[in-house]
Every structure is written in C-alpha cells, then in structure tokens.
Design a protein around this ligand. Structure first.
Ligand SMILES: O=P(O)(O)O[C@@H]1[C@H](O)[C@H](O)[C@@H](OP(=O)(O)O)[C@H](OP(=O)(O)O)[C@H]1O
Length: 574
C-alpha cells in the first residue's frame, strides 16, 4: 500500500513523519495478516481500533421507567458511533410481587432499554440482577462475535452480607481481545458510613472472582468501569453552604469535601481509579417529580452519590489530553472520557441519572470471528435460502450449535425468527420456514459451548415472491427430526422495527475473509453429528444427547456443559 493510499483510506495526516508512517503501516499489515502486534511504537497509537462505550448509572427509586429515555441514551444527539451501552440501575422495584413478575417476564427497565436500543442495532449481550441492582450490557450486533468469555457476578453486602439490597453486580468479557469489567454498586447510605462504603467496596472486589485464566478478579481486567449509587456525601459543610455553592455554580468548593475524593488520598484500594471533574450539580436528593433538593423531614444534604470511575490495569499517571479530556495510558490501552454529566430532566426518582461516554483505544484488535457465515446478498427465492459456514481451527464445536435468522433490530440472541441446527457446513432454509414478508435480516451462529453468538453476517434482504409464500404451513411451531438441518419458524417475541428502511445493502459475511462460493442447489443434509468435522479445518465437535427443544432453551447447555465453557476460546487469542 502506498503512503498516499494509506493516508486516503485511513484519514491520517499528510504531514505524518515518514518513520511514523512506516510504523503504522507495519502495525496495520501485521493486523491484516492476523499477526498480533505486541507493542506500541514510540507512543504512537494506531487509531483504527477504538470502541465507544456509553455508561449510565441511575438510582431509580423503585419508579417505573419514564415515557421517553431517548435523551438519557443520547439517541437524539448521538452520531451512531457508540459501540456499547452499559446501564447500571439501583433500587429497581424488587417488592416480592414485582420480583416474581420480573422472573416470569422481563422487568420493565430491561424491556424499555431493549425497546429503545434495538432499532439502532444494539442487542442485549448480558444482564445481571440482584434485588434492586440491575446491570445491562448492550453492543452493536456485529460486535457480538468479538465479545467473549462473558461472565457475571453478584455480591450482597446488605445485612452483613446476607441481603442484596446493597452490594455489587458485574459483567466481564474480553472486547476485541481486551479484558473489561463493568461493576455496578449500591453502597450503604448516610453521611456517617463512608468507611463502611469503602469496606463494602473492598469486600465486593474480594468476593467477585471469575473463571478462567485471564483476569479472575475485577482489578485484573485491562479496564474496569466502576459506577453506581456509591452513596458518598459531602462532609462538614452546612446545608446552606452546599446549596449556595450549587446555586452560584461554585461546585469546585464542594469537591474537596466529597468523601470519595477524600478517600482517594488514603485508600489503597482506590489507587488507579480515575474520575472526570464533577461539573454537574449533586444528583441526590430531589423531591420526586421536581428539580428541587429534598424538602422532606429527612432534609438530606445534596451529594454526588451517583458516580462513574474507571481504572486501567497497570496505571501510569493520568494526563490531561486535548480539549480537557482525561486520559490514562497503560498496557497499550487508552481510555478517554468525553462527557460526564447528569440528566436533570428525569424526575421519577429522588436521584438524577449520570452518564459518561468513553473511547477505548487499543493497539491491536482480535477481530477474526470463530465462525464465518456466507450467504447470498438477497434471498429472492427459496433457492437462495442457503448458508455456508467455516470454523477456525480449534473451535470447540457442539452438535447443539445453531444458526439463527434474525430480523435487523432484534433485541437479544433468543429473539430469532427461526433457526437451523449447524450440523454441516451448508444448511438450507425451506420454503415453509422462511419469514413472511420482506425485510432485512442477518444470520448469527450460536455456540452452545460458549453460550454466545460467534459469527454474524451483514444484513441481507429477504423478499420472496408471494407465490413462494403461498404454501406456507399454518403451524409454524412444528419442527422436524434433528437429523435435518431444518429451520424452526418461531413466533417473534418482542420484535422491534428495523432501523433500515427499504434500502438494501449488499453484504455477506462480517469477517476479514470473504470467500463467496455457494452451490447452485440446496444440499439435502443428513449428516450425523459424529461426521460433522470439517476435514479442512479439524474443528472439534462436542457430541451430546438428543435435543427436542429449540436452541434458545439450551436443552443441552446444562447437562452437557463443556469444560471449555466460559473460557476465552481456544485459538481466538483472547
Ligand atoms: O434501599 P435500602 O437498603 O432500604 O436503603 C435505603 C436507601 O439507601 C435510601 O436511599 C435511604 O434513604 P435516603 O436516601 O433518604 O437517605 C434510606 O435511608 P433512610 O432509612 O434514612 O430512609 C435507606 O434505608
């Protein structure tokens, strides 16, 4: 690649010194050939591998979700470049009757978040609930194959560790090969409990241990985001002084009395944690339905109870970057905070939500999918409804792996239109089982051993002539013998509108490798699971018992849980 082409393609500065160009080109070429790049040259970051993460924390005070959370999610102002949404809530209504309902159905907060985010291409990666604490992790659907080793943890610290009204819930994963942990905490309330808050935080860190070789403790992760209702208060200052500072926008006078800021100087457990400046007024405590600080008999002093911090594994001194952003540098990963703000317009709770947007920059990126799916750009007839797939060597395959057909705008991996067991490298979707009507769809390959989608296609259009659909079976819930690679057409659960209106984009597989062969006629599949091994790639196959359920029920996932479960996949470099 010539220097001028490199500049044009990657938008790099024309006046880049030649030696920097050569270093960057070297990194780029190494990555293009899937060679890991283990170090950074002279402090120059290649800017290709940035992930934008939007974090929200909100003590919702048992309220039902407000009508519109568009502004909270920044969907009205965003440029669509956010890769992940992390939503940490506290005090989600967990009265016993509500809790039972939430077990049977999705809770209202998860539902409203999925409802708003799915039309923009975000799917729920994982969620964890512990009484009032709820953590939701969303990502653009095409990132799913690169979010691996997803695990969650919960720790109760209420009533001496027996009650989950206080504590922490976390989700960890490797994101394009870099380990990240998101920890949502609700620490003890009240002014006098600052030490207890620190003790509980330490206890949460100690107790939360994940499986696997890489990053077993929260602080072992390359990046940790710690957020929640941390409940720290403003010491010493009288109510009137605090309120006057808020009214006169003299917030800096309150910073040094903020208990969390003060604890940073003395508590070793807080070493390395960084936080942006608190330029928004304290987010606690408000009269519900207003922007007025507490007028109740409790007369709580305003405080920054709701916080978002981050930590890089091997910390270097924080530096102030361009445009006042805060940066840190370690292990080749860089975190830049863009916003740290509150949302005063939300009044359903006695707390205001707080949000922050971060860019994570990585010197390299593991972005080779474990499974590459290949489909036609358009399915205009039933004969087009074929998918082929290739597995990377050492992929821990299961005979319960399946390929889901998803309408673009789907909410989570179970929100499929239909599926086919992935028993051989070419699978067909029969006429009866194709979705009715037209639209943009993707295929996702679900790994039973990893409990996640490990390969996706780009959107393709299904638009079948009505005659093709005329013979559709009225009973779409039937399914055939498991020996057939047969799509089971499921009733759509909680479907969302597609963000793509009409315009078809011609894509096949989301991967580096784009070989686009397909046979002209659908192959009838009768392969038994023991024969599934792809001769050219020697993938391993886990052989289990018979399945009678649909894949989302994970009929095999408990009884036949592979030892490889939850590991960052072999051969993935994660
Ligand atoms: O959720 P829990 O575990 O029941 O804990 C309560 C919660 O932290 C409330 O925010 C707090 O009210 P304030 O925010 O008004 O302090 C209340 O204090 P209280 O007992 O003084 O009402 C706590 O008991």
């Amino acid at each position: 690649m010539s220097q001028s082409t490199f500049f044009r393609v990657f938008g790099e500065r024309q006046d880049m010194p030649n030696f920097v160009f050569r270093q960057k080109l070297h990194i780029f070429m190494s990555m293009a050939e899937n060679k890991p790049v283990s170090h950074i040259y002279e402090g120059y970051y290649i800017t290709l591998y940035a992930n934008r993460v939007h974090i929200i924390t909100w003590n919702v005070g048992s309220a039902t979700p407000p009508d519109d959370i568009t502004a909270l999610l920044g969907l009205n102002v965003g440029d669509g470049n956010t890769d992940m949404y992390i939503i940490g809530l506290q005090e989600v209504n967990s009265m016993i009757n509500k809790r039972l309902k939430d077990v049977l159905f999705t809770d209202q907060w998860s539902e409203v978040c999925m409802e708003r985010l799915s039309p923009f291409g975000y799917v729920l990666v994982t969620s964890q609930r512990m009484q009032g604490l709820l953590l939701l992790v969303f990502a653009k659907y095409f990132h799913l194959p690169f979010l691996r080793g997803v695990q969650t943890e919960t720790t109760r610290t209420g009533l001496g560790g027996y009650w989950g009204n206080k504590g922490g819930v976390s989700a960890r994963m490797s994101v394009f090969g870099h380990t990240i942990c998101f920890l949502n905490c609700h620490l003890p309330a009240h002014m006098e409990n600052s030490d207890q808050r620190m003790e509980d935080f330490e206890s949460i860190l100690q107790q939360q241990q994940f499986e696997g070789q890489a990053a077993t403790g929260v602080l072992d992760h390359d990046v940790v985001f710690w957020f929640g209702d941390l409940n720290f208060r403003i010491d010493d200052l009288e109510m009137q002084v605090v309120k006057s500072a808020i009214d006169n926008n003299k917030l800096s006078t309150l910073w040094e009395k903020d208990q969390l800021n003060m604890a940073k100087d003395s508590e070793t457990v807080l070493e390395g944690f960084q936080e942006g400046p608190l330029k928004f007024p304290p987010t606690y405590k408000f009269d519900v339905g207003t922007d007025t600080y507490d007028t109740s008999g409790k007369k709580r002093k305003p405080a920054w109870t709701d916080r978002i911090l981050w930590r890089l594994r091997a910390t270097a001194p924080a530096s102030t970057g361009k445009r006042g952003s805060i940066s840190g540098l370690t292990s080749g990963t860089k975190v830049t905070q863009h916003f740290y703000r509150s949302h005063m317009e939300y009044t359903v709770s006695d707390h205001k939500p707080v949000s922050s947007i971060f860019t994570l920059q990585f010197p390299y990126k593991v972005d080779v999918p474990l499974v590459t799916l290949i489909v036609e750009d358009e399915w205009n007839s039933v004969a087009d409804a074929i998918a082929k797939f290739r597995l990377v060597p050492n992929y821990s395959r299961s005979s319960w792996d399946w390929i889901g057909l998803y309408k673009v705008g789907f909410k989570h991996h179970k929100d499929y239109v239909g599926y086919v067991w992935a028993k051989q490298e070419e699978v067909t979707f029969t006429e009866e089982e194709l979705p009715k009507g037209s639209g943009d769809f993707i295929l996702g390959y679900y790994s039973n051993n990893m409990s996640t989608i490990v390969g996706v296609t780009e959107p393709f259009q299904i638009q079948l002539p009505t005659t093709d659909l005329g013979m559709s079976s009225s009973d779409s819930s039937d399914f055939s013998s498991e020996d057939d690679s047969t799509v089971v057409h499921m009733k759509m659960r909680s479907r969302s509108p597609s963000p793509h209106k009409g315009k078809h984009r011609s894509h096949r597989s989301r991967s580096h490798s784009r070989s686009h062969s397909r046979s002209s006629s659908p192959k009838q599949t009768k392969t038994k699971e023991q024969d599934v091994t792809d001769g050219s790639q020697s993938s391993t196959v886990t052989t289990e018992g018979e399945s009678t359920g649909h894949p989302a029920d994970g009929s095999s996932s408990q009884a036949f849980h592979s030892e490889e479960d939850d590991k960052d996949t072999a051969g993935s470099g994660v």
